[in-house]
Design a protein around this ligand. Sequence first.
Ligand SMILES: *Cc1c(COP(=O)(O)O)cnc(C)c1O
Length: 376
Amino acid sequence: MTDRIRDFLRRHRPDGPCLVVDLDVVRSNYLAFERAMPDSKIFYAVKANPAPEILELLAELGSNFDCASVQEIDMALAAGASPERISFGNTIKKERDVAAAFTRGVSLFAVDCEAEVEKVARQAPGARVFCRILCDGDGAEWALSRKFGCEPDMAVGVLEHAHRQGLNAYGVSFHVGSQQKNPHAWDEALASAANIFRTLSDRGIELRMVNLGGGFATKYLEEIPGEGEYGQAINASIRSHFGNRIPETIIEPGRGMVGNAGVIKSEVILVSQKAKDDIRWVYLDIGKFNGLAETMDEAIRYPIQAVGREEDAVAPVVLAGPTCDSVDVMYEKKPYPLPISLEIGDELLIGGTGAYTTTYASVAFNGFPPLQSFVI
Ligand SMILES: *Cc1c(COP(=O)(O)O)cnc(C)c1O
């Protein structure tokens, strides 16, 4: 929560729930990544928050962009990024979208199987491709499971296939799981990547790049490692697995770039109980369908401040959203401590909400509009 956000909310008093993002925080996150990992290129994961002001600032600072669709590519281009600074990082692309990206000048693509290689080879001849390998996501609060990537053994074949198809077999990528609080989580995947590099080198194919993905944590309730700690651990792993043949590296921070730059302002609609002496239920004007989707399975636990009641005694509540869907409950298995004095109409500030909120909001479930966003 920055003074600029506090001042903005005081002066503008926006009606309804809204996200306010402070660009100064985004800038300082970008510079911290640059300092922590000076040898890596930064590709901002656009999906975390594609607000044009954020993309423009990052483009100006020299960032590259990890895009998952033609629409995101167009947003990055509109923000001033040239196509060489864009990676089409989704391993699941329609062939006509590969063609559309290539027409726009994008020449770096993610793949994780031979069928995807063939789409890229047909529509983007000569382009650079990197193969995503599976990563178990242990230790991450928002693990990415088995949806993307292939086993490292298979990646060798996928990249060889790309080479035979006339593509530039460029490297290996992985993602250690989002909100990954263990800076050593990159080590195992880097060992696999180094093996793939060696195996292919023996077959005459020299890979160049390791895409280290995202995963860098943002501060919610618990302490997290700083960018510097991630940088040190990752660089040590790179040196230990690649020796003196250090590859080019890129990082794709999403959450770590914008999470702590945003605050959601919300209002208490109702405080009630289901039975006398039972736990309180607190209903907000924001929930799973208009911005807080990452509370799914209570995965992400946001810091919440009850404005004007910071010193009051707290007791656990069940925290729920405003829609008529019973899954629209944020915290119930593990109730959330909020002031006993909390009343209808109180303002709550939900911190760490700069990433994965605005774009995770539904269009108009129950008629509630998508989350408003102000970038200052
Ligand atoms: C979502 C995503 C990211 C960003 O992940 P964070 O954990 O938010 O940093 C990076 N790379 C790829 C390929 C992604 O899909």
